[in-house]
Design a protein around this ligand. Sequence first.
Ligand code: F6R
Length: 608
Amino acid sequence: MCGIIGYIGFRDSKEVLLKGLKKIQYRGYDSMGLVIATEQGFKRIRSVGDVRQLRNKVAKQGSCSGSWGLGHSRWATHGAPSEENAHPHKAEHIYVVHNGIIENAEELKAWLKGPFLSETDSEVVAHCLLDSYKQKGSLKGAIFDTISKIKGEYAIAVMSEKYPNELFAFKKGPSLLVGLGEKEIFLSSDVQVFLPYTKKVVFLQDGEVAHVEGENEVSFYSEGGEKIEKRITALDAKAEETDKEGYPYYMLKEIYEQPDCVLNVIGEHIKKQDVEININKGSGILDQVIRQKRLNIVACGSSYYAALYGKYVIERFSRVFVEVDMASEFRYRSPILADQVPVLLISQSGETADTLAVMKMFQELSLPVLSLCNVMHSSLDRGASAHMYMLAGVEKGVASTKAFTSTLVTLFLLALALGKKNGQLGGSEKEQLINSLLSLPDQMEKILARTQEYVDAAHLVRALKSFIYLGRDIYYPLALEGALKMKELTYRHAAAYPAGEMKHGPLALVDENMAIVGLTPQSHVYKKTLGNLEEARSRKGKLILIGTEGDKVASSLSEYFLSIPACNEYLSSILCVLPLQLMAYHTACALGHNVDQPRNLAKSVTVE
Ligand code: F6R
């Protein structure tokens, strides 16, 4: 989950690298580093923390300008976040930045000489290259030799003091792109690094090697070492320059952007008051779902919880059977993949390693893959056979908010579209559901206007160390998401259960120190859920309930009541996410945490 950058060109590479690192630090912010070829020789600067700390350290070094260099943002896998473990790693004249995991690092360490100065798996690549270099006599030869020796997943960029104005890059797994500008060449894990300078990109495939020789020349090689021609893609993407626009954190800004995100999704898939799912290249995939009466959905984290919501709505409105899996589990069990049944892969970043591994499994069986991504041109977006987009705009906060909500709304519309196609959803019910959806952005605005309520709720729960989130049916996936937001941001223990499961075990946890966050809007499970919540209250749990405006029963049961406007239950569940996000956000702020960069996490999970 690290990010890598390389640059050769006419600009001050220090600035290109530092600006680029700021853009990719969502991939890891526990340490940063760069190496620059300056007139006074190579300068390697590394620091613990995010790009601000690195910039300070670079400033203290005095002059460190040069026209080529490498940069790295780290999310620790092997070895604690420390300066020694930060990249670039070095073996004599060779410098390496790496994203991924070298699975046979220990075996390689056992026969390479070292000295190894870090606890990382990445440093072994530098030593492996050095060893191969000594045998082969060229860095290019050493690269191919090293590729044949290392196992695992990696995107790697290399430079050497003996090879002025040259960079090498190779990958297996994580994304690695080459940006081709006018008299400048970029290597990066993410197009955003070079979009301000060029829109021309070459996407490296697994096993391929890029060899940059100066600011104008780059050659590509297959794994076998033959020179190959690569397609240059002209991106239609824009450089995403976002700032906090006066909000203290990106996350808060993103929470407040949600009504607009919902409007974007509505604009994409509703035409003339009817649902018309917009699937880029391959709309036949929905007909295939209808024919097979089955759909697989696979994702991780919040995207997985959104997928669970998808199961409830798709089965309810179209009677298509939906199987939902976590990508990290799916890839290692022996799933029974029915012939012709498509998979929907959901990923905000489109770079989640486990989800990409599942894409590969489906592709190997020639099964159709529909993606739902927020990042265009991401690995998932490029690899899928048919595409939908979250249309949430750049999401910077590590804890997902607006991309999650956009995903829920997209899945709601997918459910209606399938129900319409196979005749399971009647015209008038569909009309009512669409009308209800059209009111959602305004209802969200109302919820977002009540800041003080969430601050007060946060004040009430900030001292509590444990949270249980409860919901039934369509509210259960939202309970899972609420608990995840609370864990990520406050570092408090939070678990979610279907409310009816409490008496089968978790009720034993409840006492006066336990916060019980219950989702109880009016719905077909309202009374049952309230009953379960009463049971928790009888055991002295502190009830914070999210329910429908004017619900005196739920309000009188709770220590704190957060209300949402009345609407259809398949949409009120979406409204619930706003109080859940805001309560977690304000609790984390009250505890003094950095909400945008929770400890131990990264935005894009590019390792297993
Ligand atoms: C939680 C969160 C994560 C992601 C998960 C999958 O707030 O953001 O759980 O949802 O890492 O990421 P994507 O959707 O990029 O595949």
